[in-house]
Design a protein around this ligand. Sequence first.
Ligand SMILES: [Cu+2]
Length: 677
Amino acid sequence: MKVLVLLALVAAAAAWPGFGFQADAGGVSDAQKQHDVNFLLHKIYGEIRDSNLKAKADSFDPEADLSHYSDDGAAVQKLMRDLKDHRLLEQKHWFSLFNPRQRQEALMLFDVFIHCKDWDTFVSNAAYFRQRMNEGEFVYALYVAVIHSPLAEHVVLPPLYEVTPHLFTNSEVIEAAYRAKQTQTPGKFQSSFTGTKKNPEQRVAYFGEDIGMNTHHVTWHMEFPFWWQDSYSHHLDRKGENFFWVHHQLTVRFDAERLSNYLDPVGELHWDKPIVQGFAPHTTYKYGGQFPSRPDNVDFEDVDGVARIRDLLIVESRIRDAIAHGYIVDRAGNRIDIMNERGINVLGDIIESSMYSPNVQYYGALHNTAHIVLGRQADPHGKYALPPGVLEHFETATRDPSFFRLHKYMDNIFKEHKDSLPPYTVEDLKFNEVSVDKVSIDGQLETFFEDFEYSLINAVDDTQEIADVEISTYVPRLNHKDFSFNIDINNNGGEALATVRIFAWPHRDNNGIEYTFDEGRWNAIELDKFWVKLSSGTNHIVRKSSESAVTVPDVPSFETLFEKTKEALGGADSGLTEFESATGIPNRFLLPKGNEQGLEFDLVVAVTDGAADAALDGLHENTDFNHYGAHGKYPDNRPHGYPLDRKVPDERVFEDLPNFGHIQVKVFNHGEHIHHH
Ligand SMILES: [Cu+2]
């Protein structure tokens, strides 16, 4: 058993250069690390419930032996100084990553973690600072450190909706949870989505308020933090492009959900137009009151201390100028050409902006500033001392329907750039002697709703002396029936590596008008991407929906993690390997909802030259490459969305392409709701 696991690790390490497989110098087992992280994130508003960790929290001296840090203790000394000078944010206070000082504090702690040379130093610091720093800052720093530190490579992080349930659960349910705890009565409470049927936006609330979706979004931003500097440890490959792509996919998915529910695609938000949709979040901070609401038709106002609307317009026009010119000007005044397939990466860095932006002084931080400005429109001048809005947390941002309008606005800027690049030709796209003969689906494309239950035990206050009572909530969520893609490929040449890319886009708009190929391809939802070795002659490929590289399985609950860790400490296989990365769309969210009649989609399969596309070896054997993950080199040389990422002025290019399959499918939803309780 152990030999097999070891072989798998060696194979994974070989397939992922840059993804360092480092044995821990201290010889701490993965199970022990998992145990430590479980307890570090359990009941974060109270005492640590593990006696070893508690002892570390009480007696560890972070500065006692600086040889345990790869920066000779520079980060820990800096943080300790602020701690001793009482300059750190108090506990029992809200935390927002978009608050500059709070972010700085969280990053100071991350800086300590990432420079720990061994697990014991890592975990001792974590226990020590958990007891002394703001809980939100601690959770954020620990999550990002576990994701990026080689010391924590095989640790599975618990679902954030069980660690900080307030950011994922409606106020009404949280109140019920407190009442249950007060009376020590077990309770299971139904969550419903915000709003009423009077609000058409409510029809798609299941998308923006889905806890798996919220987890996907916050996890992605932890995998690719905008504040990341390579000096921490490593470079995040194609970060700016990935920023574009992950948000582009959210945008087109949201539109497909809208069409499924007889709504028009979203229009873009703009600074000089009113914000048509208001929003009442029905969400409360653990400490700090209700998330602010916003009425309909609010005009944008400058936000004191953050930005003026005029500045946002100026930054936007500088970015659009760069796109029109085809180059960016960096801080030193040099031109960076963006009229190529890597231009999108630079643009992503600039628009977010991240620390990778070549000129933040000039191009600003459109996305990050926009999130704060939009989040503060309920109290732009700070007159009412309201806490930050939902847009100021990645956990909660997608709940507000204006999130998707804001991202449509930015997506259209990216489109302007992509449309300025020369279209692909048949010569560019064809693949030797390879043709796609037939594409079909095994099974129905059918979605349904089911109840999902998660624990609220960490939402309520308690003490070690009083036994826990079971408190949970169940919430409806979208899922789909299993299906597979059947793809028949004919290869008249010799054995060849192929990349298979599968996309789907809605066939018609909400008025029943068919989309042109060029409109459709921009709205394409990425369903899967994988590599196969083609033999000569006929190749029949069956690819299951559960295998999709763009999705991840549901994160195991705290309860499951505790159980599996216990078994693993006893020598059993933890069975947690498939959950090591939670960066991706939940697999149950692979298909848009569809509707009763069957929402029509164009499904396309592009089979391209794997030898030219693959940035790494052995991809056809690597069944679990993480499409959205940041570890190591991104395996595909092609741009995200290839070959549909560029303008298609003449769709005959694709119609005549032998290695391109195109069929029509329907996605059904018959109103089925599976109740688990
Ligand atoms: Cu985002």
